[in-house]
Design a binder for this molecule. Structure first.
Ligand SMILES: NC(=O)c1ccc[n+]([C@@H]2O[C@H](COP(=O)([O-])OP(=O)(O)OC[C@H]3O[C@@H](n4cnc5c(N)ncnc54)[C@H](O)[C@@H]3O)[C@@H](O)[C@H]2O)c1
Length: 416
C-alpha cells in the first residue's frame, strides 16, 4: 500500500514496543518506503529490527546506537522517532534542522522550553514535524468530528477525554524497556500523557486554527496504586517499589479553557485497576456523544438512558467518516489491525505519507505538538501551586487566528 512511485528512505529511532510495531505492521508493509537505518540504545534491538527488514523487504538497514548518525545520514529522507520521551524533542529538532521529513511519537514535554524549541526549529527551517498522535484518527473520534462539522451537536461547549489505562504492571516492571514511565512516576506529578485524549478534541475545537487553549488548572489524587500493586506481587515486582514514595498521583485531572469559551477536562489514570477508556465526550447545544456509554444523544431524543446506550451503529451508515470507510474497504480484515490499535496507526501513517507526497505541511504539525505536549509541564506547575490557574502560551505567536497558507488543508486535518 502507498504510492509505489515514491520511495521514502526511512531512518527509525527507537525500536522498542512502539518502534517495532511501526516497523512490522506499517513501514515494512508499505510500497512507498524503504528502511535504510535504525538506531536504538540497545544494539541487539536495532540488529533484530534490521533482521526483520531484511526478512520482509530484502535490504539490510545500517544499525547504530547513536541516533545522531540517523539524522546526518545522506541516505535518510524521513526520520521516525519512537524512542523514550526525553529523546523526542532533541531528535525531532535535529532532524528538522537537518532538513529531514520528521515524525515523532506522542508523549508529554518535560519543560515548556522544549515546546518552544520545537517552534524555534520550525521557524528557523520552515520544516514542520508530524506529531504521531494516532488517536486523532480513531473511528469514533472521526465520526463524531464529522457530525460536529455538520452541525448535529449545535455549538460545542465542553469536551472530556482521558488516558485511562491500567499500566501498573508495565510501569513497575519498567526495566529494561519503558524506564521513562517508571521514572516519570517516581519524580513528577502531572498530566503526564495528555495527547491521546487532547489530540482529537483539539482538532474538533480548531485549536491552533481559529481557537486556542488559554489556561488550565490541574489537581492530583494521592499516589497509592503502585505501592499496593507492588505489595501484592512481590514475586515479580522489585520489593523496593512497595514503599517507594511515588510523586505521580494515581488520578490527575486537568481543566482547560479555550479562547472561544469551551472547556476541556482531561484525566490521566493509569495506576489503579480499571478498564481501558479515553472517555471521549463531546457536549454541544444540540447533542452529546459519550464514548463510555457508546452513545449519541441529540436534542429532542427521549431522556430514557437505556434507549441510548450502545446506539452508535444507528449512526454509522450515515456518519462514518470517509477515512474509515476507505480503510474498512481496503483493510478491514487485515490480520495486523489488532496490533495497529484497530487500524488508527495505519491511518496515521497514511495521513503523513499523503501529506509528504503532496508536498504539504503535515496534518498534525509543530504547533499542535508544542501546544499539546505543553499541557504536561503546565499541569505540573498548577499542581505544585495548589491547583492554581496557569496561562497556556500561544506557541503560534498570534497566528492561531489565521495560520494562512502555513497549515494542512484537507481531510487529514479533520477540518471538515
Ligand atoms: N501512540 C501510541 O499508541 C503509543 C503506544 C505505545 C507507546 N507510544 C509512545 O512510543 C514511544 C516509545 O514507547 P515504547 O512503549 O515503545 O517504549 P520502549 O521502552 O518499549 O521502547 C523505546 C525504545 O527506544 C530506545 N531509546 C530510548 N532512548 C533512545 C535514544 N536516545 N536513542 C535511540 N534509542 C533510544 C530504547 O532503548 C527502547 O528500545 C513513547 O513515546 C510512547 O509514549 C505510543
Amino acid at each position: 500500500m502507498g504510492n509505489a512511485a515514491v520511495k521514502w528512505r526511512i531512518g527509525l529511532i527507537g525500536v522498542g514496543a512502539r518502534g517495532m510495531s511501526h516497523l512490522s505492521g506499517i513501514l515494512t508493509e508499505r510500497d512507498d518506503v524503504t528502511i535504510t537505518r535504525i538506531a536504538d540504545l540497545v544494539e541487539s534491538r536495532a540488529a533484530d529490527a534490521a533482521g526483520l527488514v531484511r526478512e520482509k523487504m530484502g535490504n539490510t538497514p545500517a544499525v547504530t546506537t547513536d541516533w545522531r548518525r540517523i539524522i546526518e545520514a545522506d541516505d535518510v529522507d524521513c526520520v521516525v522517532i519512537a524512542s523514550d520521551w526525553d529523546n523526542h524533542v532533541p531528535a525531532a529538532c535535529a532532524a528538522m534542522r537537518a532538513g529531514k521529513k520528521t515524525a515523532c511519537e506522542c508523549g508529554g514535554a518535560y519543560t515548556l522550553d522544549e515546546c518552544w524549541e520545537l517552534v524555534r526549529a520550525y521557524e528557523e527551517t520552515g520544516n514542520h514535524v508530524m506529531f504521531l498522535e494516532n488517536c486523532c484518527y480513531d473511528r469514533n473520534e472521526l465520526m463524531v468530528t464529522r457530525m460536529v462539522r455538520a452541525g448535529l451537536f449545535g455549538e460545542v461547549v465542553h469536551c472530556e477525554g482521558g488516558y485511562q489505562h491500567d499500566l501498573r504492571d508495565m510501569i513497575l516492571k519498567g526495566y529494561p524497556t519503558n524506564q521513562f514511565r517508571v521514572a516519570s512516576f517516581m519524580h513528577r506529578c502531572c498530566e503526564y500523557y495528555p495527547t491521546h485524549d487532547l489530540g482529537p478534541i483539539a482538532k474538533l475545537l480548531d485549536i491552533g486554527r481559529g481557537n486556542r487553549m488559554v489556561s488550565l488548572v490541574s489537581m492530583a489524587s494521592s499516589a497509592r496504586g503502585l505501592n499496593d500493586y507492588a505489595k501484592r506481587h512481590p514475586d515479580t515486582i522489585d520489593p523496593a517499589m512497595q514503599d517507594y514514595r511515588f510523586c505521580q498521583g494515581d488520578v490527575v485531572q486537568t481543566m482547560i479553557r479555550c479562547a472561544h469559551g469551551q472547556t476541556i477536562t482531561l484525566t490521566v489514570d493509569t495506576s489503579l485497576p480499571r478498564f481501558y477508556s479515553r472517555n471521549f465526550t463531546v457536549q454541544g447545544t444540540r447533542g452529546f456523544f459519550a464514548e463510555r456509554e457508546q452513545t449519541v444523544f441529540l436534542d429532542g431524543d427521549s431522556h430514557s438512558r437505556s434507549d441510548y446506550l450502545n446506539n452508535l451503529d444507528k449512526y454509522r451508515p450515515e456518519w462514518e467518516h470517509p477515512i474509515w470507510k476507505r480503510f474498512n474497504e481496503a483493510r478491514e480484515n487485515n490480520a495486523d489491525n489488532a496490533k495497529l490499535h484497530g487500524g488508527m496507526d495505519w491511518i496515521l501513517f497514511d495521513a503523513w505519507f499523503d501529506a509528504l507526497a503532496e508536498g504539504k505541511v503535515p496534518p498534525i504539525d509543530t504547533y499542535d505538538m508544542a501546544a499539546w505536549m505543553a499541557i504536561t509541564p503546565l499541569s505540573e506547575i498548577s499542581i505544585r501551586n495548589g491547583s492554581s490557574s496557569v496561562d497556556i502560551p500561544d506557541f503560534t505567536r498570534g497566528a492561531w487566528i489565521d495560520r494562512g497558507a502555513d497549515k494542512y488543508v484537507g481531510e487529514w486535518a479533520l477540518d471538515r
